[in-house]
Write a protein that binds this ligand. Sequence first.
Ligand SMILES: [Zn+2]
Length: 310
Amino acid sequence: MTRQNRMIVALDIGGTKIASALVDDTGARRSPVSRRPTPRDGEGIVRAVIDQAAAAKERAERPVDGIGIATAGVVDRQGRVVAATDLLPGWAGRDLAGDVERALGTPTTALNDVHATAVAEHALGSARGLETALIVAVGTGIGGAIVSRGRLAHGRTGLAGTFAHLPSGLDEGRRCACGEVDHLEPYVSGPGMQRTYRNLSGVDTRLEQIAHASRHGDALAGEALASGGRLLGRWLAHLATTLDPDAVIVGGGAAGTGDPYWSSLRQCFAESAYGPVREVPVRAAALGTDAPLVGAALAAVGALTGSIPG
Ligand SMILES: [Zn+2]
């Protein structure tokens, strides 16, 4: 008899959309990804997750073994959301894994979305097989994760690798989604670079448009992207000098903007890192927007089998 792969309902809760799909224990997607808008309150988000997971369970051709949920916010080992920024109002304090498991009767695992991305990149992507890696995602917010000894580092509270709320060293008074001012996130995130471009050019537009303008010779667009890349590169160098990883992996929407973002990031990384850490490769993430779904599924499989993901 051939072994059947375990089947997982994977969900990814972002600031604007909740994505869901069936994913098996090899990380292969077994259904199309369905996306619905994220409700604007914590109770509504939990209800939407339960509805979406129930619909995916019904569509599955055989019984589902587990549910894996990736979400923005800090998530503890029990799958409770212990902190979240204004990107998800009312999200902190939710017993996410517990509520979903009680509603659907299926074992449920929840973890931070960038932690999930790191699990996926370490199993199947740019960090595959590495002993130590720093993995960051730059999108609407910024997130990070650490793989150490070949495993995802969770930290005491679930915060390990999160570097969004370190001081940027800049003093424009930009408000961070956490409520403080001049943290890294409001400068380095996609909206942060949009704001830099607006300050330089007076034009308010999306990151993809800024990248497009830069490719067509708009020097101010190039400078907005390069300044985000430089600041991120400097901080990644500080973090890498502490961690001494085998590689630094950068994903999310900003990573898709090409040069001058990447050239500035890599140059600033090399200039700011200490000694041999200058040689640490800084690579693009391999798995794209599905990575949190894949990582959430692999984490759920790890919880079911007692193995530790990452
Ligand atoms: Zn902050």
